[in-house]
Design a protein around this ligand. Structure first.
Ligand code: SF4
Ligand code: SF4
Length: 447
């Protein structure tokens, strides 16, 4: 192995060979983990990112040899359990990612380990329930059931029972379910003419997402109002299921494929027909843009769909550069503490939401770019909740000390976690939580 310090080329990513039986070979996995762990032990650059690296380095430092060869292979699972696949180590820190010959892809070796674990049946009912966002959302939002579920989620005694039986931390805030789904409340688009720009298609297809559909439809409705305001015709995708990110995090790759087989036949024709495809949730956008193409590299439909995916603010900023976006705001927002979630950062599109929020007059933005500690379903699990709050604490503090009028994150789950952290840290809740799309709608004076 040539010893080259650092990488001067743009990172590339190899497809995930998950259909190859060797992918599930435990001995081969342990060998690859040992190789990568050894490089990480010599580097230690990622120590502050999450608990996976401190767990690994503690195991090494307390072993007899004080090297990776002194760590028992069964202890590797402790590292795997601490990784929530945010991708930050790969995308923002590691100088040894491909095309560097050391070929370090820490998140993907963690994903492989999670897939091996899942295949062995090593998961709980809690893991299945938390990652079934679509099925649980459908069930929880049945009229009458929705009030009962929201009541139970707010009831400390029932949450204690849930913690014991399901392993969901009793203190963790859970998002309430909405009485009416986004997909049922979305109005049809007005008949605007299609104006394609150099960088932006002139029509948009919206993938609702489980969170927007079942928990916060207002975020999706705000996106539709903005598109109407900008005179951009839209459609809401006819049929959709979960994007598959929660199942990916569980290592259930067969289920990821089953979900892809429903979504992609809906999305690929829209991409071919010239639509920009958008979701309001960064994790779902990332799943379509990056993870599915790596899992299904030969699939032309996946490729076309991924090429058409836009983060909403990536689209708005590109649309503005095309000279096709109105910037006549009606009101300022005061002080906004804005958080960039990991799954927005790793899309590699720059800080587009910050850029767009900075267009708003009489508004000052405090940008915080660090993990909030929620990380999909990881941060509400009983065994990880305390660590998750610890990871988020610097974010809670930096968001709050700006004394903002609004706190905001592209990831609404991170936004809720930040609000929860500020309250838990004993601060009076002065700021209102609002998604950046909601802030944008307000600044344009749209009701
Ligand atoms: S992907 Fe995220 S959670 Fe996993 S090891 Fe890297 S930084 Fe930590
Ligand atoms: S993932 Fe890369 S940067 Fe992070 S500790 Fe390992 S070798 Fe170092």
């Amino acid at each position: 192995m040539p010893s080259v310090e650092g990488n001067l080329q743009a990172p590339t990513r190899h497809p995930i060979e998950w259909r190859d039986p060797a992918f599930y070979d435990e001995a081969a996995l342990a060998k690859e983990q040992e190789r990568i762990f050894d490089i990480c032990h010599g580097c230690r650059r990622c120590v502050s990112l999450c608990n996976a690296f401190p767990t690994l380095f503690d195991l090494v430092d307390s072993s007899k040899t004080m090297e990776v060869d002194g760590v028992a292979k069964e202890d590797y699972w402790k590292v795997v359990d601490q990784c929530y696949l945010c991708d930050l180590c790969y995308m923002t820190k590691c100088p040894y990612v491909p095309p560097h010959p050391w070929n370090v892809d820490f998140p993907h070796v963690m994903l492989r380990a999670k897939a091996v674990k899942f295949k062995k049946g090593d998961f709980t009912l809690r893991d299945r329930v938390l990652t079934s966002t679509d099925a649980v959302g459908k069930l929880a939002t049945i009229p009458i059931v929705v009030q009962a579920v929201n009541g139970a989620n707010r009831s400390p005694p029932l949450r204690k029972v849930m913690e014991k039986t399901l392993g969901v931390a009793a203190q963790a805030w859970l998002p309430p379910y909405a009485a009416r789904h986004f997909r049922k409340s979305a109005p049809p688009s007005l008949r605007w003419p299609v104006r394609d720009g150099e960088r932006t298609p002139g029509k948009v297809a919206i993938f609702g997402t489980c969170y927007v559909n079942y928990n916060e439809p207002s975020i999706g409705l705000d996106l539709l109002k903005l598109l109407d305001h900008f005179e951009i015709p839209y459609v809401v995708v006819d049929k959709e299921v979960c994007c598959g990110m929660p199942k990916l995090e569980l290592g259930d790759l067969e289920r990821v494929e089953a979900l892809k087989n429903v979504n992609v036949p809906m999305l690929a024709p829209l991409a071919r027909d010239g639509y920009a495809i958008m979701t309001a949730i960064p994790s779902c956008t990332l799943m379509f843009k990056q993870e599915l193409p790596l899992l299904f590299p030969g699939d032309d439909d996946v490729k076309r769909m991924a090429e058409a995916m836009f983060d909403p603010f990536e689209y708005f900023v590109a649309r503005e550069r095309d000279g096709l976006l109105d910037r006549s705001f009606k009101r300022g927002l005061g002080k906004v503490s804005y958080h960039i979630p990991c799954h927005s950062r790793v899309q590699n599109v720059g800080q587009k939401t910050r850029e767009a929020l900075e267009w708003i007059p009489d508004t000052s933005i405090n940008t915080v770019e660090r993990c909030s500690g929620h990380d999909g379903t990881w941060g509400v699990k009983r065994e990880f909740f305390a660590d998750a709050m610890k990871i988020g604490r610097p974010v809670f503090r930096r968001m709050d000390e700006f004394e903002p009028d609004f706190i905001s994150s592209d990831c609404p789950i991170a936004g809720r976690r930040i609000e929860e952290g500020i309250v838990q840290d004993g601060e009076a809740r002065k700021a209102r939580k609002a998604h950046p799309l909601t802030l944008f709608r307000m600044a344009y004076g749209i009701d």
